[in-house]
Design a protein around this ligand. Structure first.
Ligand SMILES: Cc1cc2nc3c(=O)[nH]c(=O)nc-3n(C[C@H](O)[C@H](O)[C@H](O)COP(=O)(O)OP(=O)(O)OC[C@H]3O[C@@H](n4cnc5c(N)ncnc54)[C@H](O)[C@@H]3O)c2cc1C
Ligand SMILES: NC(=O)c1ccc[n+]([C@@H]2O[C@H](COP(=O)([O-])OP(=O)(O)OC[C@H]3O[C@@H](n4cnc5c(N)ncnc54)[C@H](O)[C@@H]3O)[C@@H](O)[C@H]2O)c1
Length: 552
């Protein structure tokens, strides 16, 4: 296999390591890499592997690539499917459905198209090919991930793994006597991920009452679907379903929709993503009892209970019900007790900031790490992978702590929502506690003032930054609008690099681009001791001077 081929096959979550890793396996650079990780690679002969990773989702995969690059001998044990949730039942198929349904939405938006002089008649879609697009993409990326591991010499062991003591893991597959065994490793990393959390009283039949695992297969498009939970999964599926013609009813326990987001951004997002669409909602209620139906014959019945009074307040009859009420760590059966540890009351594996597992007394369990959804620090694919890389750094005695405040998040609705750092509410609360409450400032910019967004006919949107006006520290950035998921990285990189607003407000952005939304956001901030910049949108140009010249 050529380096180019392996690079193409291995690209995932920003890592294009296999090519680099193959190069690293040339004698010279491999020697250098092993030296880098000399402390960790001390297993030499004592154990089967330097590092054994339990679970090969995106977290385990990212860790394996980085560990090999660091010169470690690595194996993964995977109990179900390489790529885990993200590739098979999460990010990948959901984004494929969002891409296809998003096109349908765009092409059905005749008013929008007409405003740009385009006429499209009679837009239709076929459900099965859309479903196939998602399933095929997942299968293809799963294959790429597997090949990328094989190409760099990672052993893939098949089976459900459990710890049997320090440095030792046993794995087996129910019903398969030919699979399984016991392996030892200098370090072990738990990366077992999560599964849908289903509240009590909700039986899942997989047809009329289902989780994202089933919904992603798009076996049917119900006329009316209730979605329990208005978090990431609920919002993204409301986008898919309404684009494909369904009516949606949200059932949300908290008093407002999208409770996990900055309140102001959530309000704006609601005005664009929810109010104009065929969506209604019940907030402050729990779906306390759900009775599955029969498609086309008997509706699904949902009993709603007031979250505060616990009284039954309503009953709904819908065609289908998607349960999107969060995810639970998949950590049962790991036998943590064999190393003196146990999961917390929600099932997460307790870790310190270096991803080292803590025992029941809060002490580090030597040579045991846990990353990704299983530790509950930040249940996102790129966070899992970043934690895996961070853990490998620590295994290699290159101390590393991932700054979770710099990890961005995005919801891939049309338009998208993204953020990094704290919401305004959380930032103000933290600032009050820390004694700098009077120093918190906000800057905001609108997509309506951005030429590129207007050229696209996509002026709905805003960006908002929460910062300290005494130090210029960025506390949080939130974006709602076209390509928000791509735009957020300028802010997350700034936070990660410890850049203050003073460091970045004089940077130059190409015109006309959506990136100017963030450029303006930084320029609008008033930081003590840093000169304000006259903004295009605010400053009246002198006679004969072009606006661009004023901004420059
Ligand atoms: C519908 C949906 C959409 C999502 N979209 C996004 C998105 O757009 N962006 C984003 O960042 N995140 C998204 N996520 C979240 C993302 O999928 C997870 O955060 C990510 O997959 C976590 O990675 P992980 O490696 O920790 O665990 P997982 O991906 O869950 O992988 C864990 C693996 O471990 C295996 N395993 C478990 N126990 C054992 C055992 N005992 N022995 C051996 N193997 C075991 C499992 O079979 C699994 O393959 C989405 C999630 C869902 C459900
Ligand atoms: N684009 C992305 O990055 C993306 C997309 C999908 C999923 N994910 C990941 O998957 C995880 C799970 O997503 P999710 O949307 O299921 O969880 P979530 O935590 O984002 O939202 C769950 C929502 O359900 C509500 N809820 C919980 N129990 C309820 C009940 N009984 N009745 C009514 N409402 C209830 C909560 O108040 C909350 O608003 C997320 O935390 C995220 O990490 C990420």
């Amino acid at each position: 296999m050529s380096g180019r081929q392996s690079l193409r096959q291995g690209q995932f979550l920003g890592q294009s390591l296999p090519c680099a890793v193959l190069e690293a396996r040339s004698v010279k650079s491999r020697t250098r890499q092993i030296k880098l990780c000399a402390q960790a690679a001390k297993a030499g002969g004592k154990y089967d592997y330097d590092l054994l990773i339990i679970g090969c989702g995106v977290g385990g995969h990212g860790a394996a690539l980085h560990a090999v690059e660091s010169g470690l001998k690595v194996a993964v044990v995977e109990g179900h499917d390489i790529g885990g949730t993200c590739v098979n039942r999460g990010c990948v198929p959901s984004k494929a459905l969002l891409a296809a349904s998003g096109r349908v939405r765009d092409m059905k938006n005749t008013m929008h198209l007409k405003s740009m002089g385009i006429q499209v008649d009679n837009v239709r879609y076929d459900r099965q090919p859309i479903a196939d697009h998602a399933n095929n993409l997942a299968a293809s990326i799963q294959g790429n991930l597997k090949r990328s591991l094989e190409a760099i010499g990672v052993d893939i062991l098949i089976g459900q793994a459990k710890l049997t003591g320090p440095n030792t893991v046993k794995y087996s597959l129910p019903g398969r006597v030919d699979v399984g065994g016991t392996v030892t490793a200098g370090d072990i990393m738990i990366a077992t991920g999560s599964v849908p959390f289903v509240p009590p009283g909700i039986p899942i039949d997989g047809k009329t009452v289902f989780t994202s695992d089933h919904a992603l297969k798009l076996e049917w498009v119900p006329d009316w679907v209730a979605i329990i939970g208005s978090g990431y999964i609920g919002l993204e599926f409301s986008d898919v379903y309404t684009a494909l013609g369904s009516e949606v009813t949200f059932i949300e326990a908290v008093d407002n929709l999208m409770p996990g987001f900055d309140k102001e951004i959530a309000r704006l997002a609601q005005r664009v993503l929810i109010n104009p669409r065929k969506i209604d909602w019940h907030t402050g209620v729990l779906a306390s009892k759900v009775t599955p139906g029969v498609p086309g014959v008997k509706p699904v019945e949902i009993e709603l209970t007031d979250f505060k009074t616990k009284e039954v307040v309503d009953k709904l009859e819908v065609d289908a019900c998607l349960v999107a009420t969060g995810r639970a760590p998949y950590t049962q059966g790991l036998n943590l007790a064999s190393v003196g540890a146990e999961v917390d009351r929600r099932g997460f594996v307790p870790v310190n900031e270096r991803m080292q597992v803590l025992d029941t007394k809060g002490k580090v369990v030597p040579h045991l790490y846990c990353i990704g959804d299983a530790n509950g620090k930040y249940m996102l694919a790129h966070a899992a992978s970043a934690q895996g890389i961070s853990a490998v750094e620590n295994i290699c005695e290159r101390p590393h702590v991932l700054n979770h405040a710099s990890v961005p998040a995005a919801c891939f609705t049309h338009p998208e929502v993204s953020f990094v750092g704290m919401t305004e509410e959380a930032a103000r609360e933290a600032a009050e506690k820390a004694g700098y409450g009077d120093k918190v400032s906000i800057s905001k910019t609108s997509f309506k003032a951005n030429s590129k967004a207007l050229a696209e006919g996509e002026g709905d949107g805003m960006a908002k930054m929460i910062y300290r006006r005494d130090t210029g520290e960025i506390l949080g950035v939130h974006i709602f609008g076209l390509h928000a998921a791509d735009l957020i990285h300028e802010a997350s990189n700034a936070i990660s690099m410890g850049s203050s607003i003073g460091d970045i407000k004089f940077n130059v952005h190409a015109h006309p681009t959506l990136s100017e939304v963030l450029d303006e956001l930084f320029k609008q901030a008033h930081v003590e001791g840093i000169p304000d910049i006259a903004l295009q949108s605010k400053v009246k140009p002198e006679k004969g001077v072009k606006r661009e010249a004023v901004a420059a």
